[in-house]
Design a protein around this ligand. Sequence first.
Ligand code: TZP
Ligand code: MG
Length: 233
Amino acid sequence: MQEKVRSSGFDAPVHLITAGRPDGWASVIERVRAALEGGVRVVQYRHKTAPVRQMMEELATLVKMCRASDTALIVNDRLDVALAAGAAGVHLGWNDLPWTWARQHAPVPFVLGCTAASPERVAEAIAAGADYVGAGPAYATTTKKDTGPRLAGRDYAALALACRRRASSPLPLVAVGGIGPGRAAGPVEAGADAVAVSSAILDAADPARVAHDLTQEVVRARLARTATGPEPR
Ligand code: TZP
Ligand code: MG
């Protein structure tokens, strides 16, 4: 069966979100490299506490790695850093730069990802010209401290419905938070298109294997939804 995925040009099944590690940045890089080998094609650089100079140094390596593997590198929170580093996009929450402002200053094809855990916020993301929305947490997570309540399957279904209101094509919906092998299919069968994962990949003994298995799980869940759902995407 031919898989039908929302056509936005931003339809990678698994996003990897970076996080600091006790064994240092070199270890993060090594694990990102393995995840790329495992099939990850979107990397979100997230480093909440680093000074900008350090972010730029870390991004320099990631930009090279991601370009070499045809992977989109997105920077969390900081449009200025994303543009300066030559990244492919930025990911912004509601309390970051206003989304419309970011879109205005970083026109397409620069990727704008927005956190939107309610249909109203999805509508704001669509109005701003977002390329995808992230929503979570799907499960308990310790990677992000200030999350809202966990989203259930029905929440992802409602968000997916809101995503379909974009005139051009449905806005891709990325589930995030506590996702690892065996936990990706639920949110995707409910309506998400992809998953964004940090600890399950970065802390794994074999990050490439986990990235590969998660990719397979998401692709299968998309297919299951296409086979059974009332509205194929
Ligand atoms: N946004 C919502 S939950 C989360 C982010 C960035 C953390 C995801 O990390 P993990 O380790 O996959 O739960
Ligand atoms: Mg933010």
